[in-house]
Design a protein around this ligand. Sequence first.
Ligand SMILES: [Zn+2]
Length: 928
Amino acid sequence: MRSLAVVVSALTMAAPAPGVAQSNAGQAMDATFAAHVKEWTTKPEFASPLVDHLPAATTVPTPRDVIGHDIGAPNKLDYYEDLLKYYRVLADKSPRVKIIETGKTEEGRPTVVVLISSEANIGTLDVNRRNMAKLADPRGLSDTQAHEIITQTKPMYMVLGGLHSAETGPPEMLMELAYRLVSEDSALVSKIRDNVIVGINPASDPDGRDRYTDWYYCNKIDDTNDLDPVPGAPYWGKYIFHDDNRDINYTGYSARNLLNFYLQWHPPIMHDLHESVPFLYSFSGQAPQNTNLDPILFSELPWFSNFEMAQLTKYGMPGVWDHAFVDAWSPGYVAFMSSNHNGLVRFYETFGNGGATTELRHVEPIKGAEENYHLGDDTKREWYRPLPPYKTVEWSMRDNTNYMETALLTGLQMTSMFPQVVLENFYKKSRNSIDAGHTEAPYAYVIPAQQPDMTRVARVVELLRLQGIEIGRATEPVTLKEGGFPAGSFIIKRNQPYGRLAKILLDKQVYPKPAKSTPPLKAYDDTGWTMGLMAHVKVVGSADLAALEIPVQPVDHAGPTGMIDASGAANYAVLDFGSINFARLRYRLKDVAILVAEKGFTAGGYTIPAGSFVVPGSAYARLKQAVEPLGLTAVGLSDKPSVPTHKAALPKVALYSTWGATQNVGWVRYAFDQYETPYALIFKDDLKKGGLRGRYDIIIIPSQGNGAKSIVYDIPMHGKPLPYIKTARFKYLGDYGASPDIRGGMGLDGLEELRKFVAEGGTLITLGEASSLPAEFGLTADINVDHPSKAFYAPGPIVNAKVLVPASPIFYGYSDETMPVRWASSSLLSVPLIYKNDVLMEFPGGPKNVLSGLMAGANEVKNRPAVVDIPVGAGQILLFATNPIYRWQNFGEYRMLYNAMFNYKDLRLGIDTNPPKPEPVPEDESED
Ligand SMILES: [Zn+2]
């Protein structure tokens, strides 16, 4: 570590821009820093008077003193432990800094929030936290009392960097921002310190930060070709990659730790820093907007972003814009935890190079290159982009740092100018949410007790509670306009602070029709997420004001306790109503010979559904130990079941992953780990080795990539080999899989091994987008893939699917003729008439079968296969056009995949062996 006595020199900065409160109170400045900024900024207009200087270190060290370089140094990225080291030294040396430990990541790294403010504010953090809790839940508070609290409270402005690990700039910049906030005495920074508590999440995916930093140094540091860039690391964190910002149910430990922090501290503003479009986009809440959120939110968003655009443009910085990039529809982004809880979500996209290497960037769309999804030329002047980015630009990490930091200081400046307005808005939004529960139906949601599978009910209840939503259990039977509900039903009254969030998560989503507009309305992520539909759990919204008066007991634990009859029976039937806990049960009793009832039957007064496990009485003790915590019901049978049975299989399962698209495989891995499911994760090199049938019974290819070709050929063989291998230098590479060169995909050699695997009796299961692979590459010649028309647009809706073969083991635990499924693929499967009987489930299609979210052109999916089982050679291919494990969300569909696994030898059950008959083509329905 360098000495703190760094060179102190006279001020040599550019004169402050007019209107900038930039007197630095005669502070000594760090001349080395200023020289570096000048050297590393590629054009003078890419810097600003807010960040072209830094106070010289006196009592607290600069980042350079601890990590060895100024921020924005070419070719320098820092590992997470070095980021933490800096913040810990800062907290050690300055009374203006406090670190809150929030937990650990999947790989054991600590997660923290760094709080920075004046000594006085840091000294009274606990009082401030209690005040914020009162404003967040103002029940019992008068307006006068609330305003009294507001005058004594400072808003917390929470900043997140590095959620997406390839977006490497923010974790670097935040160290400099922290130092500046602690040390600078300019009027602007002093005012921020006095009026705002700044919270910093140094890297919101700490595991990914380290893995990507290794990858950068190993493979990407010399990459300067933005037209054919070296791809990023195959993994960031343990499971879910870029979807860590689509993790609506907070599976990621870092996200969950942050949510817990949020619910304790209630920062009214949460700001997430991303990198993509040039040079700086500030989110202003573009249409379509989620109208369940408070209108105040949508007024605050442009209030901030326009101020930043005006200030940065005034400083002469080109390319700052808002409005036309991300919509305000989905609540599933991490920083949305703030607006979902009556705060303000903010985010930026700045221009990043995927590392710290300076390179020439082509900003204008290149002919032949794939268009950005938002269909825009970001270099075009628009009303929301008065000073556009340049068409090409030499771009550096320091440029990126200057933009982010200047804008963030400007957002903080705004907050410091109007701290009371920010708090008033927060209070008012919280109050409005409570009031809306009395004035806008539904006034409450009822999740009825006595649903067949209460384990999925418990999942929904627990996920709502995780987000701070209050839930009670009815202490007596309930009668409402909508009908009667048993005692013990879960009641979510909307007259609570997070009543709006309950509505957002539980209501059907009605996405506005795409219209000809500039810019066009495009969904940034899923348009539908209705929790009850995703989980196949009955949820009833009540338009009856009496629902607010239902006597309830607060829920602190929703999990049902399982039950088992007394010991001594010959066999026990575990009743199958579709609980995913059947998976855990099977694996916990893996050495027990379990049978599956192929049909429903009655015994001892019980109706026992098809799919129920039949466990020998000799395993009673272990069965009891399993079913009770799993919330399952086991009933004693005096005899063998009166219906046919087969063995509940325990296949050897492999999950196939490309290297270029590991994310959706990650969601399946996550689910498998939760459900105690053993599996091998295999890659192209494993396929090419061959002998697959000897090693596995089932190979699952989860949805991944962009069509069949991308699964086969994956990362193109451009440039140099890309090793993903653990070495002494790169200790974070080689996790979850390893290869000396991740390029090239399985290729035709790997595909041939898959073909042999099936021919020799293996079961190949393809999910979602991956189901185009067996069709397009001829693993089964009997299925084709069609592509919908250009008018078809289905960004993640929930649609109806119709069960065609109810006796198929795929549907054990399902009793309805139709079920909601999440739309998962842009490829439409097509089977010739002679294989119609192999279609186990189909999409009835048409507008009336769109249950939530948007599907334009719903007639195009009419009668398309949703699940098909095709015998091939001695084996079979089971194609899901749905994705039975979509994120940690569609719990109602998970069981279909487990059913396929536990019954893989019996998947032909229920399929009609008579030749299929032609059916008339159905008429299209009007979309209006
Ligand atoms: Zn991002």
